[in-house]
Write a new protein. Sequence first.
Length: 116
Amino acid sequence: VQLVEFGGGLVQPGGSLRLSCAASGFVFSTFAMRWFRQAPGKERELVASIGSVDGDTLYSDSVKGRFTISRDDAKNAVYLQLNNLKFEDSAVYYCNAIHFSGTEYWGQGTQVTVSS
């Protein structure tokens, strides 16, 4: 099983990034997919999620209206579009897959740094 994140980097405030997560080794379409982030000294927080069947999306209040989660089951991939980035969005972003049975997988994370 692998979850591999791509697309992190350094961006100025107000800028955009698109994170990708490539999944392998499990039946991707049956898992809900989530993005978490963790900044230094802070707890890991759920940023966005997308359902496995209905594709329903949920966002934390801190990113609602700025971030968009999407998935492509044909490519076994989930994406997070980050727009209008703020300093406080700087963190390591993690891809997570979770099944209703409780099975859960994590990626290794990708760093997003918002700096002028």
